[in-house]
Design a protein around this ligand. Structure first.
Ligand code: ZN
Length: 307
């Protein structure tokens, strides 16, 4: 029962049937207002189209489709199973017509109240603050970038925005270990972290991780992060559109080399590659003083890095 798969149409009919209308959708999830907490501004709940799994980023409730139907409609377990099964074969003409007319928006507004709450939780939790400080992230940056902390999952959260500055979700990483997690359906390949704050700059530093972009910002350098070494063509289009000079500071590993190759291959004439000292894996391991030595000069030269 817990690993049941459904069709997208079936899941949508089940939701509609219990009075839950998806507010929007991504490729793999329906976004819904959470019925388990007071959620009215932007939808905090997701229901996966394939498995029918409900999860709320606000109150952290998670349920499979049967449990969800039981909780919402007061059906018993067996009534819920039967109800869902019956929604499998039903065809709904209105639904088919709506589907054809519906064009998914490129970006969907994420819950700002939740971002603020996670941010407050970070500021109030010594464990989170110690973690940020160990990464040399200042309290000013925690405020500026609305960095957050979820104590239920022991993750720090980094909100991400569309190129126009609309908050569309967050990336999260575990304090223990090095696990990454995004809000469902986050269109990571269509954005650059921090772009909306720096897009009027003529030149830009490009790094892989959001924390590295924040470190550069702390010493006064405009920076964006690709949120992964696998840079997409949309991300390179964004770099090309907004900046005349691209200063690429890749990590000292194989993925970093691939990132250099891809970006230089596509927009090479605009790109200066900065090699950081081999003793560092990435910007995150460097001190502010060392990062400042990467300063970009308008005569198109870069102060050589420590050798
Ligand atoms: Zn909720």
């Amino acid at each position: 029962m817990f690993n049941e798969t459904y069709t997208e149409e079936q899941v949508e009919r089940v939701l509609n049937g219990v009075g839950i209308e998806p507010a929007s959708e991504t490729e793999s999830n329906f976004m819904v207002f959470c019925p388990f907490h007071n959620n009215s501004r932007t939808p905090a709940g997701t229901v996966s189209k394939e498995k029918g799994l409900f999860f709320c980023f606000g109150c952290q409730t998670s349920k499979n489709l049967v449990e969800f139907v039981m909780a919402i409609s007061n059906r018993s377990y067996f009534e819920s199973v039967r109800y869902i099964k019956q929604k499998d074969s039903e065809t709904d003409i209105t639904q088919l017509v709506n589907k054809k007319l519906y064009v998914a928006p490129e970006f969907v507004q994420f819950d700002e109240v939740l971002i603020k709450r996670l941010n407050n939780q970070a500021l109030e939790t010594p464990r989170a603050m110690n973690y940020f400080h160990s990464r040399r992230i200042t309290e000013a940056s925690i405020n500026k970038f609305a960095l957050g902390y979820s104590d239920k999952q022991d993750y720090v959260t980094i909100p991400v925005q569309s190129p126009d500055g609309m908050t569309i979700g967050f990336v999260a990483r575990s304090i223990e270990g090095k696990e990454f997690k995004n809000t469902p359906g986050l269109p990571k390949s269509k954005i650059l972290f921090n772009l909306h704050r720096v897009r009027s700059s003529k030149f830009i530093y490009v790094v892989e991780s959001s924390f590295d972009a924040i470190r550069l910002d702390q010493v006064g350098f405009p920076a964006v992060a690709t949120l992964g070494a696998n840079v997409s063509s949309v991300q390179m289009d964004l770099l090309e559109k907004y900046f005349s000079d691209v200063i690429l500071v890749a990590d000292n590993d194989e993925a970093g080399s691939t990132m250099i190759e891809r970006i230089v291959g596509k927009i090479g004439s605009k790109v200066s590659v900065v090699n950081i000292d081999k003793k560092y894996k990435d910007i995150g391991e460097m001190s502010d003083e060392e990062i400042k030595k990467l300063e970009y000069k308008f005569d198109n030269s870069i102060v050589a890095m420590l050798k």
